[in-house]
Design a protein around this ligand. Sequence first.
Ligand code: SAM
Length: 246
Amino acid sequence: MPPSNGGSGAAQSFYGRWAALYDALARYTPGIGSLRERAAAALELDRGDTVVEMGCGTGANLPYLREQVGAEGTVVGIDFTRPVLDRARKSVAEYDNVHVVRGDATQPPIDAADSASDLQAADAADPSPNLQAIDGVLATFVVGMLDDPAAAVDDWCNLVGPGGNVVLVDAASSDHRSAPIVNAAFRALVVLSTPPTTRLRYDRDPQATLDQRVEAARDALRERSGATAHETHALGVVRLTGGRID
Ligand SMILES: C[S@@+](CC[C@H](N)C(=O)[O-])C[C@H]1O[C@@H](n2cnc3c(N)ncnc32)[C@H](O)[C@@H]1O
């Protein structure tokens, strides 16, 4: 399925080209493992549950999600960049209940019917698992890349339905007392790590655009949630927001 959000071709070739480096950063940056563990725990999953990760990248969250749902649960990672998906697929080859499929997170290849959801894999490389219901959706470092993050989050809330959880983890400007230094470093990171032809990179203030998108996503989640949890990490740069959908 062709992805539809703006600049998606640039994003795919960027993440595709840097897949190996991104994978190393995604797995071995100090503190990243415990953050991923926290994010998986914030989904409040039970064993046997089904969880979908939007924009799963090279799959660094997938083992933590698998740990939450156990051998009897189902984990599905969706991403539109083939080389990162290939890495993700290899990294979870040992689990038969972890599926990695190619698709657009803003139009996930999942039909959320009331009683039964079917996942149509956009890639024939992975057999399409049948999903009975989706208990949780995770998106880490993804909503800042979406043109309309609020709409995407709203769709994700519809996918899990009442009682399910959606968890977002993102980096955005910090108001910590070391903020000027942290924010300068973060600004450089945003520019370097953004695909060169996406609108975000060429915005006059890419950091402001990223902050707005992250905030819009969080607002959308809070609007749909009866209970929300919020944590910050890495001097306030990294935010984790979880919501239980009403
Ligand atoms: C910064 S990486 C984060 C990857 C992973 N979530 C992690 O925490 O390591 C962003 C990922 O989102 C994917 N992505 C961005 N927009 C997407 C979309 N509309 N549909 C599917 N994947 C998308 C990119 O291909 C990339 O792999």
